[in-house]
Design a protein around this ligand. Structure first.
Ligand code: F6P
Length: 362
């Protein structure tokens, strides 16, 4: 009997999800003759079958390589162990087990970030449903893989935004703040900032001193460059006297989902610099649209590698890229550590060497 495997996308979307699905289906269904079942909205579709599960074929997956988003839909709230409902979290693990059984699935391929991978691991260990993980996040903060697809696309969008802000900043002699995604890790800010020639990059990893930032802006002005570009990761916060970050709820305007860090940084510089300031929040524009070629290729490699892991019965592993090679790593190991920007790493050294200011004290 042929294999029958489910595939789902969980957490926030990222450019390249469809390319993974397409590659998995082309290889698994098209070449190996497996039944591939697409599940809508993370694990939710299995708890609401048959309406929200679909047989996927190479024909039904045509035209997906360049398409952003995910044809399967996604959610970051559909945890079967604590399913959100009006009366509080519900335990829906029985629905999930029944869904898997009714669909005759031997296992699930979970394409998602650390949250979805952690749920996948519980599904495997506590419910006995075999799972293979495929990492996804535009934040590139999963330590087990050198890169995730979606990251380069997000950096591309953020760099383009910086290029656009550059010309208007220069025309008006303004200080422009660009807020990019990255609640906990500042990889997008660092990479886009470097690519877009930012003068200052504010990261969640380094609580910043507004006086250091202002000093950089003033020095530029004194050198005949009366405009500055400041990239702000959405998790970046000013420092207290002891160097630790001011807690989110103590800075005004309050940092909330959907922006705030750039506005806070701009407010912190008020009175310290003699220039007009403006801020832009890039938000979900970084997550939408077509993946760049690098992400299409990486996503395709990940999709084919996921088929390989299933074929070799390496359930409990997650696909990863390590030193240029795609392979597998136990999911438990993959979600154990989170990758922040290494503030002493080579990227940071390079940025400092070309004069980028991070708002560090002293
Ligand atoms: O983890 C990916 C990410 O895009 C973060 O960079 C961002 O903080 C978050 O998701 C936004 O989540 P949501 O789409 O739920 O607003």
């Amino acid at each position: 009997m042929g294999r029958r495997v489910g595939i789902l996308t969980g957490g926030g979307d990222a450019p390249g999800l469809n390319a993974v699905i397409r590659a998995f289906v082309k290889r698994g269904a098209g070449q190996l003759g497996w039944d591939v079942v697409g599940i809508e909205d993370s694990f939710d579709g299995l708890m609401d079958r048959p309406r929200r599960v679909h047989h996927l074929t190479p024909v039904s997956c045509q035209g997906l390589l360049h398409r952003g988003g995910t044809i399967l839909g996604t959610t970051n709230r559909g945890d079967p162990f604590a399913f959100p409902s009006a009366d509080g979290p519900r335990d829906r693990r029985r629905d999930l087990v029944e869904g898997v059984k009714a669909e005759g699935l031997e296992g699930l391929v979970v394409i998602g970030g650390d949250g979805s991978q952690a749920i996948g691991l519980r599904v495997m260990e506590e419910l006995g449903i075999p799972v293979i993980g495929v990492p996804k996040t535009i934040d590139n903060d999963l330590s087990a893989t050198d890169l995730t697809f979606g990251f380069q696309s997000a950096v591309d969008v953020a760099t383009d935004a910086l290029d656009r802000l550059h010309t208007t900043a220069e025309s008006h002699d303004r200080v422009m703040f660009l807020e990019v995604m990255g609640r906990d890790a500042g990889h997008i800010a660092l990479h886009a900032g470097l690519a877009g020639g930012a003068d200052v990059i504010l990261l969640p990893e380094i609580p910043y001193d507004p006086h250091e930032v202002a000093e950089k802006v003033r020095r530029r002005k004194a050198r005949g460059r009366p405009f500055s570009l400041i990239v702000v990761a959405e998790g970046a916060l000013p420092a207290r006297e002891d160097g630790s970050a001011v807690p989110h709820d103590q800075v005004k305007p309050r940092l909330k989902r959907g922006g705030g860090a750039a506005a806070i940084a701009m407010a912190q510089l008020e009175g310290l610099v003699d220039a007009e300031m403006r801020h832009t929040v890039l938000g979900h524009i970084q997550r939408g649209g077509s993946p760049v070629p690098f992400d299409r290729i990486l996503a395709t490699r990940f999709g084919v590698a996921a088929v390989d892991l299933v074929a070799e019965d390496r359930w409990g592993e997650m696909v990863r890229l390590q030193n240029g090679k795609v392979g597998g790593v136990p999911i438990r190991e993959a979600i154990a550590t989170y990758r922040l920007v290494d503030v002493h790493g080579e990227m940071m050294r390079t940025a400092r060497a070309v004069g980028v200011e991070f708002g560090e004290r002293g």
